[in-house]
Design a protein around this ligand. Structure first.
Ligand SMILES: [Zn+2]
Length: 433
């Protein structure tokens, strides 16, 4: 297809011919017979966004799940109300997501039974790593005798809970409407069935964005089971296979152990640290020296910032969701949303990276703010090189995001509502009417 009157991010006016790759970028290109033409009218045309850390199955499931965490649900009464008024899905289950202990403490099967005894209910913790089931639900999954109904993601039953018909097509529509043309699924331990079904969904055009999978090189750490030797050995094994690793670090302890393991095992140029939610000052230089890429989510500042201010010790606040200080230290950084655990709008994540404003309007770590151009560019990386931005040039992938405003306005607003069209491999997959 041909895109007329585009303005590139550097202000250059151009026409763009795009197929599976960008074929031509020039002045006044003439449409070929039968070629589709999109008139950008001088608005910005950028490489399609890539969300470098998402969980597709969970996101598709969350589309029809009830949200039972802040800000939607904040108190025990609100939780009881939400659950007792919920309409079960077609399979008779009530599925809720986003739970946090600030709502009603630690839940278990008894607390859920007191609200709903006969309908199977499962509540996912907002970390994504814990489910709580009531007795009816435990019976359905073959665990009627489970002591408290609190099931962790590492347990073998979790596959059965996760795998269920989900609407990847609807998720695809929502994602492409934000200008995203590719995603990296960071779910650890995806098995062969998951891989095949995601690839089939992509090939059958049910799910349009390109999909890159981090598993099996992805590892989640748990503070109560940190084992430096085991982690070092795992990293060494992966590297011997020529494969990079992606280690999920949400606490300072997890980061420190991961850095020690990488120093011992040696790093691979494509190694990644996911989240890096807490980075002590001392570790900035370590990360730069190791050459790892940090794939982080400043959107959590905008989504959960007030809770951090209430819960996190004052001296640790400036270590939260760093972006600018990582870049200043020479660490490669890419952004992502962690959808569905974070809100899946990359533009909201960019605004959070720029303003660092919590829901109540407090600025959290103003020294970590980045420019709008930097925030946008950190969503333009290659799937396998998140730190290297793609550009609108001949030979680059035919994945583009067409906005409705010129670059200066788009960068000032960073709003998904400005996405006018999304092109994947030369095909128009989203067009704002
Ligand atoms: Zn994640």
């Amino acid at each position: 297809m041909l895109i007329h009157r585009a303005t590139l991010l550097d202000g250059t006016a151009a026409d763009i011919r795009v197929g599976a790759r960008i074929e031509e970028v020039g002045q006044r290109l003439t449409p070929r017979r039968g070629e589709a033409v999109l008139d950008a009218g001088g608005a910005a045309v950028l490489p399609g966004l890539h969300d470098h850390h998402v969980h597709l199955r969970s996101a598709a499931q969350a589309l029809d799940s009830l949200s039972v965490g802040p800000p939607t649900v904040r108190t025990k009464d609100q939780l009881t109300h939400a659950l007792s008024h919920a309409v079960p899905g077609p399979d008779g289950w009530i599925r809720a997501v986003g739970y946090h202990e600030s709502v009603a403490g630690e839940l278990n099967r008894a607390t859920l039974d007191a609200v709903l005894a006969h309908i199977p209910v499962r509540i996912q913790h907002r970390s994504g790593a814990l489910w709580v089931l009531n007795s009816a639900a435990l019976g359905r999954v073959g665990l009627p005798g489970h002591p408290d109904g609190r099931l962790r993601s590492a347990d073998p039953w979790s596959d059965a809970l996760q795998r269920r018909e989900s609407d990847l097509a609807e998720l695809s529509r929502r994602i492409t409407a934000t200008g995203v043309t590719g995603v990296t699924d960071a779910t650890p331990d995806l098995d062969a069935n998951d891989l095949v079904s995601l690839m089939m969904a992509h090939r059958s055009r049910e799910f349009r964005p390109g999909v890159r999978l981090l598993a099996p090189g992805k590892k989640i750490l748990h503070d109560d089971r940190l084992d430096l030797d085991a982690l070092t050995a795992w990293i060494r094994d992966r590297h011997h296979l020529g494969q990079p690793v992606a280690v999920h670090c949400v606490t300072a302890a997890q980061l420190v152990v991961t850095i020690a393991a990488l120093k011992d095992a040696g790093s691979h140029p494509l190694d990644r640290i996911e989240h890096a939610a807490v980075v002590p000052e001392d570790n900035l230089a370590d990360l730069a020296e190791l050459g790892v890429t940090v794939v982080t989510q400043p959107n959590f500042v905008a989504e959960r910032g007030d809770q951090y201010l209430a819960d996190v010790p004052a001296h640790e606040i400036d270590q939260l969701w760093r972006v600018a200080s990582l870049r200043r230290a020479g660490v490669s950084v890419a952004l992502s949303t962690d959808m569905p655990f974070g809100h899946g709008d990359p533009w909201a994540a960019m605004r959070a990276a720029v303003s660092r404003t919590t829901p109540s309007g407090v600025i959290l770590n103003g020294a970590e703010c980045v420019t709008p151009t930097a925030a946008l560019t950190m969503f333009l990386g290659w799937p396998d090189r998140p730190d290297r931005p793609r550009t609108v040039e001949i030979g680059e992938p035919g994945d583009l995001c067409v906005l409705s405003e010129p670059p200066a306005v788009a960068l000032a607003e960073l709003d998904a509502a400005l996405v006018a069209a999304t092109v994947i491999r030369g095909e128009l997959v989203y067009f704002a009417m």
